[in-house]
Design a protein around this ligand. Structure first.
Ligand SMILES: [Zn+2]
Length: 140
């Protein structure tokens, strides 16, 4: 069995500000980041689907301690966004100073920006190399 969408392909799309996911042809679940098997029904017949990158903040955390080798990034805010298509995805929130962010951001609509849709993070001491993460900003 092969991956319909590899993490490398997903990462390359993110670098072009495109968020890719998968649709299960059996149960219609929408999934991202990519997986081999539908987590909802176990089927392996998945199709690539481009997602809007828009959704609602469900929860967040502020990291004051970054991974080894990336200390200059802290502090930063990580949000869990429920995308309009259904799946939840983590990304960085760039519109708010992490020093003052609070519970008021929960429930707010965000989108991946057209110019800031994703950021490439260099690999840290424990990873296999660089990776991309969505960047979210509030919908105006
Ligand atoms: Zn399914």
């Amino acid at each position: 069995m092969e991956y319909t969408l590899t993490f490398d392909e997903y990462n390359r799309a993110l670098k072009k500000n495109r968020l890719l996911g998968l649709t299960c042809t059996k149960c219609s679940a929408v999934i991202t980041p990519p997986v081999m098997i539908c987590p909802a029904c176990g089927a392996g017949d998945l199709e690539v689907k481009e997602l809007s990158g828009r959704g609602v903040i469900q929860t967040f955390t502020v990291n004051f301690v970054a991974p080894l080798g990336r200390e200059s990034e802290a502090p930063y805010t990580v949000v869990m966004v429920e995308l309009d298509e259904g799946p939840w995805i983590m990304g960085n929130l760039v519109d708010v100073d992490p020093a003052v962010v609070n519970m008021d951001i929960i429930g707010k609509r965000v989108r991946m920006g057209e110019t800031i849709g994703a950021r490439v993070f260099p690999g840290d001491a424990y990873s296999a190399g660089d990776a991309c993460r969505p960047l979210f900003q509030f919908e105006k």
